[in-house]
Design a protein around this ligand. Structure first.
Ligand SMILES: *[C@@H]1O[C@H](CO)[C@@H](O)[C@H](O)[C@H]1NC(C)=O
Ligand SMILES: *[C@@H]1O[C@H](CO)[C@@H](O)[C@H](O)[C@H]1NC(C)=O
Ligand SMILES: *[C@@H]1O[C@H](CO)[C@@H](O)[C@H](O)[C@H]1NC(C)=O
Ligand SMILES: *[C@@H]1O[C@H](CO)[C@@H](O)[C@H](O)[C@H]1NC(C)=O
Ligand SMILES: *[C@@H]1O[C@H](CO)[C@@H](O)[C@H](O)[C@H]1NC(C)=O
Ligand SMILES: *[C@@H]1O[C@H](CO)[C@@H](O)[C@H](O)[C@H]1NC(C)=O
Ligand SMILES: *[C@@H]1O[C@H](CO)[C@@H](O)[C@H](O)[C@H]1NC(C)=O
Ligand SMILES: *[C@@H]1O[C@H](CO)[C@@H](O)[C@H](O)[C@H]1NC(C)=O
Ligand SMILES: *[C@@H]1O[C@H](CO)[C@@H](O)[C@H](O)[C@H]1NC(C)=O
Ligand SMILES: *[C@@H]1O[C@H](CO)[C@@H](O)[C@H](O)[C@H]1NC(C)=O
Length: 529
């Protein structure tokens, strides 16, 4: 299905490209001359080039740590690359991709981690769908946070200004490039991109008509502390508190055994980790007077149980929710692997303490509180009052994988409840502008064992039907006032064909298996309160 769709997309472009008309030449001419016509304060154009659809674009200038050396461009595109200064000691690198087959829609992409990497795969995706698309490097280059060191302006770019500036410049350029201007403005991002989207919703309510955000890294400073706290919790691999991958796998099996059936279906997928409270004492080496190769010492039991507890401050207050159960086996190689988590280490070294020698093994609740008190440029992104956004008529469609290994899905629920309480609105009222879908089995921004292809990225595209594609669902919501009641995800085989699908529910509803069909039959499931 995926490959069929890509074939279809490229067939469209090759057809379009081979029948070059005067009007299409005009597009190329306009593109190549566009750089010289740009005259905006703080903007320096690097180049404007025409990229025919089907090009395997070389990204030689992309920072090596970003790992993006090439990008398949799906549709005839005018690519404009710029530098935009944001202060006397900071700048962003910005790209605008203007598709020939334009739909009158503007869209900004976001970023990931603490990285300064333009997400070319998102630019290629949304440009191919007819959006005039921008993407920026978030104020620095590469995946390290070192650029933050003693330069708060780079931190400010990262907190909000890179995205905002890219949208401001991008909208002006879109107006200038297309005679007809643009009618609607959208955002698509996941992870840090999710936080960036929420930042705009909270602070710049008029910027977008529709915002699509996944696995958001909001509650950002606490998230940084939470992802950093696993290293001192597990210790290094020689510590008595460390739990081996084989032991985590045994924990994962037990958790699945206890929680998989809670949704009525033993299908290997925990639909709703909210109902899952693992009891792991039976894995203790002492519990049955037997020692197995994967039994846990008391110190190890404590380690495992702590992952199911929130990160707490010095007075016991919850700073960040627990890791959702069900990801233990994979986490053994990520958060629980006895290694520092680099984004967290970099934030503490280059922002919190301005000390490149700071030891990530020393992180305590006291550090977490110091970092939170600092909260530069309100990067926390935790304002629960969305009234200005609601008033402006904005729509936000958000999703989170229920098997997210990097950002616990509990945080999206926590925020939803916070908004509900702050604005004193029930979910039926929040539905007007804010809908949250929980995608069972999905990892961080995609992938996983469930029916997780929802069109949030090009890699996870199966269809442009709004019921199967969260971006198209958002467009339909904004432009036709047809709001999504569910998000259908698909499980895709290696050859690209859809194997089975499931309709994912809108929070606070959850999915249960009611039969009579197979677990893989989407109609055998029901969203209930
Ligand atoms: C242009 O986009 C429209 C949908 O917006 C689509 O129907 C059409 O096939 C596209 N044309 C080309 C040449 O890609
Ligand atoms: C694009 O080119 C790069 C090398 O420059 C290559 O590694 C990659 O496989 C190519 N991609 C496609 C889709 O052909
Ligand atoms: C980032 O890299 C680009 C080249 O890809 C360069 O033009 C720009 O100056 C760099 N930005 C910073 C902040 O170093
Ligand atoms: C940069 O601008 C700030 C004000 O935003 C000013 O305090 C600082 O002195 C300027 N630095 C340089 C090197 O011009
Ligand atoms: C914007 O909407 C108007 C009215 O619906 C329409 O006539 C116009 O073509 C649209 N412009 C673009 C760029 O799609
Ligand atoms: C673990 O190994 C490191 C060196 O790799 C050593 O510094 C540390 O003391 C060891 N810790 C324990 C608990 O043995
Ligand atoms: C001991 O092992 C049995 C089966 O191996 C298990 O069902 C039981 O829960 C264990 N007992 C305790 C106290 O952990
Ligand atoms: C484990 O052994 C101790 C003494 O050796 C005994 O008192 C206890 O009942 C045993 N527990 C189980 C679960 O067999
Ligand atoms: C793709 O693979 C599945 C099995 O994983 C198979 O049932 C299906 O026929 C294959 N489809 C194509 C188009 O090869
Ligand atoms: C669903 O189909 C699979 C594969 O055919 C089978 O193993 C399983 O038992 C079926 N489950 C239900 C609930 O019908």
């Amino acid at each position: 299905m995926l490959s069929t769709l890509l074939l279809y997309l490229s067939a469209c472009l090759w057809l379009g490209f081979s029948s070059v008309t005067a009007a299409e030449d005009a597009f190329v001419t306009k593109c190549l001359g566009f750089g010289d016509r740009i005259n905006l304060p703080h903007v320096t154009v690097n180049f404007a080039s025409y990229i025919p659809g089907g090009t395997n674009l070389s990204l030689a200038d992309s920072p090596p740590s970003c790992g993006e050396s090439s990008q398949q461009v799906l549709t005839d595109t005018c690519r404009v690359a710029m530098a935009v200064t944001t202060s006397n000691r900071s700048q962003i690198t910005l790209e605008a991709w203007f598709p020939r087959n334009y739909t009158g829609r503007f869209l900004s992409t976001g970023n990931g981690g603490i990285s300064g990497c333009i997400q070319y795969y998102d630019l290629a995706y949304t440009a191919s769908l007819g959006f005039a698309t921008v993407g920026a490097n978030n104020g620095h280059n590469g995946t390290s946070g070192e650029a933050f060191y003693k330069n708060p302006d780079v931190v400010e770019d990262f907190a909000w200004r890179s995205l905002y500036t890219g949208v401001d410049v991008g909208k002006k350029l879109t107006d200038q490039f297309y005679d007809e201007g643009f009618n609607r403005s959208y955002y698509l991002g996941c992870s840090t991109g999710g936080r960036q989207g929420w930042k705009m919703v909270q602070s710049f309510p008029d910027l977008f008509d529709g915002v699509l955000v996944g696995s958001p890294a909001f509650n950002f400073v606490n998230l940084i502390s939470w992802s950093g706290h696993f290293y001192p919790l597990t210790g290094t691999s020689n510590a008595s508190t460390f739990v081996t991958p084989a032991q985590w796998a045994a924990v994962g099996e037990l958790v699945l055994d206890q929680c998989d059936g809670l949704d009525g279906a033993k299908d290997g997928i925990i639909e709703d980790p909210d109902f899952c409270f693992p009891k792991i004492d039976s894995l203790g080496c002492a519990s049955n007077n037997t020692t197995t190769s994967t039994c846990l010492s008391d110190a190890q039991l404590h380690t495992v149980k702590s992952t199911y507890q929130p990160l707490r401050g010095v007075h016991g207050e919850a700073l960040y929710p627990r890791m959702q159960p069900g990801v233990e086996a994979e986490e053994a190689y990520i958060m629980y692997g006895g290694q520092p988590f680099s984004y967290s280490t970099d934030w503490y070294r280059y922002v919190v303490y301005s000390n490149p020698e700071w030891d990530p093994l020393s992180l305590t609740s006291k550090d977490a509180e110091a970092a939170l008190a600092q909260n530069p440029f309100d990067i926390e992104t935790w304002n629960g009052d969305l009234e200005p956004f609601r008033k402006a008529g904005g729509k936000v469609l958000t999703y989170h994988g229920m098997a997210d290994q990097i950002i616990s899905s509990d945080i999206s629920k926590t925020y939803y409840d916070r908004v509900s309480e702050t604005m004193n609105l029930k979910s039926s009222q929040l539905d007007e502008f804010y809908r949250y879908f929980r995608i069972s089995g999905m990892g961080h921004c995609g992938g996983g064992d469930g029916a997780t292809a929802i069109g949030n990225q090009l890699t996870y595209l199966t269809s442009l039907d709004p019921q199967d594609n969260v971006l198209m669902a958002l467009v339909q919501w904004v432009e036709k006032s047809i709001a999504p009641e569910f998000v259908r995800g698909s499980s895709v085989a290696a050859n690209g064909s859809v194997e089975w699908s499931r309709k994912h529910c809108k929070y606070p509803e959850h999915n249960i298996y009611v039969g009579p069909g197979n677990y893989t039959d989407e109609n055998a499931w029901k969203c209930v309160d």
